[in-house]
Design a binder for this molecule. Structure first.
Ligand code: HEM
Length: 162
């Protein structure tokens, strides 16, 4: 396998495969609460870029649900991080934010959707990834619809699976 590009050293704690240790919790004011499992893959090929895939599954019937994939870039010589994301729902997004230790806080920088996307349309997404002292990875996602407040949609913790 390729040697890690030194540009990625500050993000090496993300690399590998992560699996939800207990089902994640989904919510939003307009939908019934739900539970899901999710598997995250973060890999590299020697470029100063992380490749990622996030695949969510129904907690009970195991059916595939939400999927995202994309790339992570880090500002050369800085702590600015960008996620370039494609979602199976028809959304594409760039989220940006700052890396502080082993915590990443991201906000939508650009967002586009298919012409026939269902309403309501998301306007803003924020997420926090954090490697906790107990070795678990935690992700919290909030979103805002057109004219609405930013509210939590997802909260989940993962354990390293490889
Ligand atoms: C609903 C966005 C990730 C499961 C929704 C809705 C939006 C949305 C806009 C519709 C809310 C409404 O009808 O008022 C997003 C975004 C995500 C994301 C932007 C990623 C950043 C996920 C993930 C799951 C998930 C990882 C895991 C299974 C659901 C479910 C619903 C829902 C079950 C309710 C039923 C439905 O509308 O399909 N999400 N979501 N979402 N989301 Fe997400």
């Amino acid at each position: 396998s390729a040697e890690l590009n030194p540009a990625l050293l500050a993000l090496d704690w993300l690399l590998g495969v992560w699996e939800s240790d207990e089902p994640g919790e989904g919510s939003f004011s307009s939908i019934p609460p739900f539970r899901y499992n999710e598997r995250l893959h973060f890999s590299h090929v020697g470029q100063p870029v992380i490749n990622f895939m996030f695949n969510a599954f129904h907690a009970e019937n195991k059916k595939p649900m939400h999927r995202e994939c994309g790339f992570i870039r880090i500002q050369p010589g800085g702590n600015r991080v960008a996620f370039i994301i494609a979602q199976n729902s028809g959304l594409v997004e760039i989220e940006e934010g700052d890396l502080t230790g082993q915590q990443l806080t991201l906000h939508t920088h650009a967002l586009a959707r298919t012409s026939f996307a269902k309403e309501p349309h998301v306007q803003q997404i924020s997420r926090v990834f954090q490697l906790r002292p107990d070795g678990k990875l935690e992700q919290t996602v909030s979103m805002a619809m057109e004219g609405g407040p930013l509210m939590q949609h997802l909260h989940i913790t993962y354990r390293r699976s490889s």
